[in-house]
Every structure is written in structure tokens, then in C-alpha cells.
Design a protein around this ligand. Structure first.
Ligand SMILES: Nc1nc2c(ncn2[C@@H]2O[C@H](COP(=O)(O)OP(=O)(O)OP(=O)(O)O)[C@@H](O)[C@H]2O)c(=O)[nH]1
Ligand SMILES: [Zn+2]
Length: 361
């Protein structure tokens, strides 16, 4: 009798899927990270599929010879990988994500909203003009770090600027973990400059303010031939027409570009570790302050104040870190926490006003 020992062996990079199947999935962005999550039992009756669009009526998924709409059920977003169960499509399992962009919904319960999953690289786009803002770039880099996505900063409109190298120098100081590229998005440059991150099987996304050139860059990657960006009209469950945009496109090079409305509106919430990564040097220093809850203002034994005094530290960068960290605390706090903070503040204002009145009277 031949025994099957395979279940005792560590999962292989290609998992338990046949080579032909893997090759098809790799075009959609399949990686060893996902195959390693599959058991033999899974692959016997389930198929990996990737979510390319989220509709009110369900999830549009692509896989090996699969192009279908799953009914609502799995808590998934664009870019997610699911194990499609043809018998019970609504209970298809979501595979663990290699990265995820998410945000907290406004309101009391602050429910988590998934924006995009399994993105490999995010291009943070700004222009060599008055759009350029270090604080904003730092915020986007923190978001990327928090999502576990590699950020690359692209500075567009280099062709319209007299001294692009000064912008390059300033952006390069943000973090030694982030590469910065100058680019003229209207030329052929994007194809060559972005090529290292836009290979077949890679998934990329773009972040940046309006007008910085995101669409122009995407168009360049499609060699001007984006065919499926146009709005698609579909019927929702009540037979009404709704307009949606295709949210994942594949370039001629086979790179997936993830473009969801949510990505464009991303705010800074729950990015505490991302901020700590961007400002790792400051966080390191703060660890040397005498008090664990040091505010780095006037406390004795403050390592940050000492570094600022000695001129080792850029005070503007320190100020940006303080602002970003405070904003993050505010955005991530619950509505109740905010209300009680506002109440406490109002109480203090009232007390001060009363005291002033008494002094006057
Ligand atoms: N000269 C020059 N013009 C550029 C460059 N990048 C973008 N533009 C122009 O800037 C304008 C805005 O570019 P878009 O690509 O629409 O900007 P966007 O970031 O997609 O903007 P939203 O769609 O509002 O988010 C367009 O007129 C582009 O032609 C560049 O590198 N050089
Ligand atoms: Zn301190």
C-alpha cells in the first residue's frame, strides 16, 4: 500500500495546485504567500479567485476559467483572494491578505471599511510645484507602511519645473525606506521608470491629490489604450441602473492596477505604527525621555528637547510628527472619547471665563 505523507510535508511554494492552473492565477497576482494557505482538501473542490470589482449586488471575481459574480456574503474588497466554492458561492472563504488599506467608518461604532487588498506597491504621486507638501507625503507614506505596502514617491511635472532636483532631495529625506522618482507623466518615461514595480503579476495603486497626474500615469502604463475605465451601467437588485467603475485593470505588461474610489479618499486613521515607521528616529529618541508619557514640551529629561537644543534635529520635522500623531489619535478615537474630550475642554473654557469675569468684577 502506498501511503500519502503529503499532509505531513511543509507546503510548497506553488501549493497543491497544478502548474497550468498556477500560471493562469499568477497573471492575476497569485503568489506563494497565498498558495501556502491552501490545504489538499481545499484544492480538491475549491478554486482561488480574485475580486476585481465590488458591487452592491456582489463581488466580481476572476480565476482559472472563472469570470463570475458572487452573491454578497464574504467580507472582501477589491484585490482579495477567495476560495470559490461553486456549491456555496456566498460562503467562499477569504484568504489571508498580504496587505490591506482600510479605514474606520464615521459614526459611533467606527466599523472597519476595507478599501483594497493585496497591493504590492503604492505610488504616492505629487508634482514639482505648489502641490508638493512634505507633511502630506509623510502622511501617505505612513498609510502605506501601515497597510504593509511598499511606497514609491513619484514627483510629476518635472518637465515644467526649473529645479526638480530640489524636490527630489526634499522627498528623499522622508524615509530611507522609500524611493523617489522624478517623472514627466506625459512622456514615455513612466513605462521605463515604473517598470521595476509594474511587472506581470504585480498589483499597484496610486495615491495623491487631484490634478497631480495619476490618470496620466495610468494612461501611460496602458500605452494610452485604457479600454475599460469607462463607467459601466449595471442593474442592481431592484432593477435600478447604477453606475460603477471597473476597479482593477491589467496593463499590457500584465500588471494589475487597482483604482477604487475609496483609495482616493483615504484618510489618516489607525496608522499609529505607520507613523512610527516614518519617524523611527524620533520614536527611538522618545524612548530615552525620562518619563514614559513625556509630551516633549517642557518636561525634565526630555531626549527630544535635548536633541533639538543641540541642533541635531530638524524642528520643523518634529512639529510635523507631533501634528500627525495628534491627528491620528483624534481620528482613531471613538465618538464617545471625542465627546468627553470636548466636554472637558468646554469645562476648562468656562472655568477660565468665570475667573476672568470675577477678576474684572
Ligand atoms: N507637463 C506635464 N503635465 C502633466 C504631468 N502630469 C500630469 N500632467 C497634466 O496635469 C493635468 C492633471 O493630470 P491628471 O492625470 O488628470 O491628474 P489626476 O491626479 O488623475 O487628477 P484626478 O483625476 O482629479 O485625481 C493634466 O492636464 C495632465 O496632462 C507631467 O508630468 N508633466
Ligand atoms: Zn520627551
Amino acid at each position: 500500500m502506498t501511503r500519502d505523507y503529503s499532509q505531513f510535508l511543509p507546503p510548497s511554494a506553488s501549493g497543491n495546485l497544478p502548474r497550468k492552473k498556477t500560471a493562469q492565477l499568477e497573471k492575476l497576482g497569485w503568489k506563494p504567500f497565498f498558495s501556502q494557505q491552501l490545504s489538499l482538501d481545499d484544492t480538491s473542490h475549491l478554486s482561488p479567485v480574485r475580486v476585481t470589482e465590488v458591487h452592491r449586488t456582489g463581488l466580481h471575481v476572476l480565476g482559472e476559467d472563472i469570470d463570475t459574480l458572487l452573491p454578497p456574503g464574504p467580507e472582501a474588497t477589491v484585490g482579495d483572494w477567495l476560495l470559490y466554492d461553486p456549491q456555496h458561492p456566498a460562503s467562499s472563504k477569504v484568504l489571508e491578505r498580504s496587505s490591506v488599506f482600510e479605514r474606520r467608518a464615521p459614526g459611533t461604532d467606527r466599523k472597519r471599511q476595507l478599501i483594497a487588498a493585496n497591493v504590492d506597491t503604492v505610488f504616492i504621486v505629487s508634482s514639482c510645484n505648489k502641490d508638493f507638501n512634505i507633511a502630506r507625503l509623510e502622511r501617505y507614506v505612513a498609510l502605506a507602511f501601515e497597510a504593509a505596502v511598499t511606497p514609491v514617491i513619484l514627483l510629476t511635472k518635472a518637465d515644467l519645473c526649473d529645479d526638480p532636483s530640489s524636490y527630489l532631495a526634499r522627498a528623499s529625506e522622508i524615509s530611507n525606506r522609500v524611493l523617489v522618482e522624478l517623472v514627466n507623466a506625459l512622456s514615455a518615461e513612466p513605462i521605463t521608470k515604473l517598470a521595476p514595480w509594474c511587472k506581470a503579476g504585480q498589483t499597484v495603486a496610486f495615491l495623491g491629490s487631484s490634478g497631480v497626474g495619476k490618470s496620466t500615469l495610468v494612461n501611460a502604463l496602458f500605452r494610452g489604450g485604457v479600454t475599460d475605465t469607462a463607467a459601466i451601467r449595471e442593474d442592481d437588485s431592484k432593477g435600478r441602473h447604477t453606475t460603477t467603475r471597473r476597479q482593477m485593470h491589467f496593463t499590457p505588461d500584465g500588471c494589475a492596477i487597482l483604482d477604487t474610489p475609496g483609495m482616493r479618499e483615504l484618510q489618516l486613521t489607525n496608522v499609529e505604527t505607520g507613523i512610527a515607521d516614518v519617524f523611527a528616529d524620533i520614536v527611538d529618541l522618545a524612548g530615552h525621555c525620562r518619563f514614559r508619557d513625556c509630551h516633549h514640551d517642557t518636561e525634565p529629561g526630555c531626549a527630544i528637547q535635548a536633541a533639538l537644543d543641540s541642533g541635531d534635529f530638524d524642528p520643523a520635522r518634529f512639529a510635523r510628527w507631533k501634528k500627525l500623531a495628534a491627528e491620528e489619535r483624534y481620528n482613531s478615537s471613538s465618538l464617545n472619547e471625542r465627546k468627553s474630550a470636548e466636554k472637558a475642554f468646554q469645562k476648562m473654557v468656562n472655568a477660565v471665563q468665570q475667573k476672568t469675569r470675577k477678576q474684572k468684577g
